[in-house]
Design a binder for this molecule. Structure first.
Ligand code: BG6
Length: 487
């Protein structure tokens, strides 16, 4: 048996359109949910994390009428919309084999419910994806990465409305027909469980706009699951052979102790936050534990006739997840807390944390790969992984990010272990391969890239791209097909 990464392993990098593109009012694009998120560069760290994900109807309406870009970082991103040829050239220099980005729905359908698509938007993606292929990179395209046309939020309550499923169907139909030949892997939804943990980002709901928020969240999740199955069905009909996948924010959850109550809590947290979604997407039906949960919480999912068959007959071809950290489930309410991706969590005394309190756990990646592969037997992708850090541009004009190299090396080593355990892992797209606006805190100063972008939290700076030390490290790693992980 050959040990280690297979020859065709897809070493890549990922970004999201909303965090990188900018050009929010160019090319016929409509406004979307991320354009509405207000940020003040003078906020302290605590306010950034508390305000960052809060949305109200008043804030939303005010933002819609506000042409400012200083306080809306997603409107400017890193200007990738204009700089992509040069940025992709740098990725090519690293030898990247796969590029993951997301398509902006409101670039294709500016309001979401338009009858006809925006040709300029389609052309942009034809050009972008053609450029990737010219530079030797396959394309992994996310169809909805936390960006939903703003008009759908106020008129239809985002994904709460069944109408939104129809609009999404029209959207994917256009994508598969017009971009089908340029995309190698499709992902209808980024981090599906984000819909439960961050409903504004995931399903376009504003809490004070809903009478029954919890009910609206799970009804929206059902609509997205139906839309996901429709996307799988359509892709299989229009572009047969091109894989369509599902994605979670991968939260490995350990029991805080070996007390059975903690173990059961870890199982239930994982079921309710992660597995019920992948069970529907990959096994084709809602599992018993989530039906019980819905019943106990008084949540009633309204289904249309045919939904169950649709879910059953259109399961995904692969599964992917983002992996930054692991979590702990504790029944003890006084257990120490820490921050994390999408959620506050309980602290693991055996792990170190990033500057943002995310618990670094390379072995957890091997654990999760084994668990996911055992459970579903489907090929897997690590669609996001990386460390958000306060990088410093040194006097020598370089960024010496040894902590990022160590983080990447240790995580890749665990992926290699998992492959040797028999897991079928297709690829790895390092998150924020080039610095972009942070999703949670909306700041530039939380950087993930191996390419530095000279912009600060207020959007000031030259925008110049600078290779960090990790750039050369990742280039070497890819050139050796993951054999050389030394640092
Ligand atoms: C994932 C998202 O949850 O985490 C990305 O899919 C996001 O959009 C990434 O950027 C890292 O999170 P953050 O908040 O540090 O940018």
């Amino acid at each position: 048996m050959k040990k280690g990464f297979p020859d065709n392993f897809l070493f890549g990098g990922a970004i999201a359109g909303s965090q990188a593109d900018g050009a929010y009012n160019e090319g016929g694009r409509g406004m979307d949910t991320q354009d509405m998120r207000y940020f003040d560069p003078n906020w302290d760290a605590e306010t950034r994390s508390s305000e960052g994900l809060k949305m109200t109807t008043e804030k939303f309406k005010k933002a819609m009428a506000d042409p400012d870009t200083t306080h809306y970082p997603f409107r400017r991103g890193i200007d990738f919309y204009h700089t992509y040829p040069d940025d992709l050239a740098l990725m090519q220099e690293m030898g990247m084999r796969l590029f993951r980005t997301s398509i902006c729905w409101s670039r294709i359908f500016p309001n979401g419910d338009d009858e006809e698509p925006n040709e300029e938007g389609i052309q942009y993606y034809i050009d972008l994806f053609t450029e990737c292929h010219k530079r030797g990179m396959k394309v992994f395209a996310t169809i909805q990465h936390y960006s939903i046309p703003a008009h759908l939020v106020l008129k239809y309550h985002g994904w709460r409305s069944r109408e939104t499923v129809k609009f999404f169907e029209r959207y994917v139909d256009v994508l598969f027909h017009r971009l089908g030949g340029l995309v190698d892997y499709w992902l209808p939804f980024n981090e599906f469980n984000g819909g439960i943990m961050m409903p504004y980002n995931g399903v376009g709901l504003i809490e004070d706009y809903e009478d029954n928020y919890q009910q609206a969240i799970y009804q929206s999740m059902h609509h997205e699951l139906v839309a996901n199955a429709i996307a799988v069905k359509k892709a299989h009909e229009i572009i047969p052979g091109v894989p369509v996948g599902g994605m979670l924010a991968g939260l490995v959850t350990y029991p805080a102790t070996c007390r059975p109550a903690d173990v059961m809590k870890a199982i239930q947290d994982t079921q309710q936050e992660d597995f019920f979604i992948t069970d529907v997407m990959a096994r084709g039906a809602y599992p018993g534990y989530i039906k019980r949960y819905f019943e106990e919480k008084g949540i009633k999912i309204e289904k249309e006739p045919g939904d169950d068959e649709l879910l059953k007959n259109n399961t995904v071809d692969f599964l992917s997840y983002s992996y930054y950290m692991s979590m702990v489930s504790a029944t003890d309410p006084n257990w120490q807390k820490t921050d994390g991706n999408l959620l506050m969590g309980s602290k693991n005394p055996y792990l170190e944390s990033s500057d943002w309190g995310w618990q670094i756990d390379p072995e957890g990646l091997r654990i999760s790969l084994n668990v996911m592969y055992d459970r579903y037997g489907l090929p897997l992708f690590i669609a996001e992984n990386g460390i958000g850090a306060h990088d410093v541009l040194s006097e020598d004009g370089k960024v010496h990010d040894s902590y990022r190299i160590e983080y990447m090396s240790k995580h890749l080593e665990q992926m290699r272990e998992a492959i040797n355990d028999g897991v079928e892992l297709l690829g790895y797209t390092a998150w924020g391969i080039i610095d972009i606006v942070s999703c949670s805190g909306m700041e530039m100063s939380k950087r993930y890239g191996v390419i530095y972008v000279d912009l600060d939290d207020a959007g000031n700076g030259s925008g110049k791209r600078i290779k960090k030390d990790s750039f050369e490290w990742y280039r070497k790693c890819i050139a050796s097909n993951g054999e050389d992980l030394s640092y």
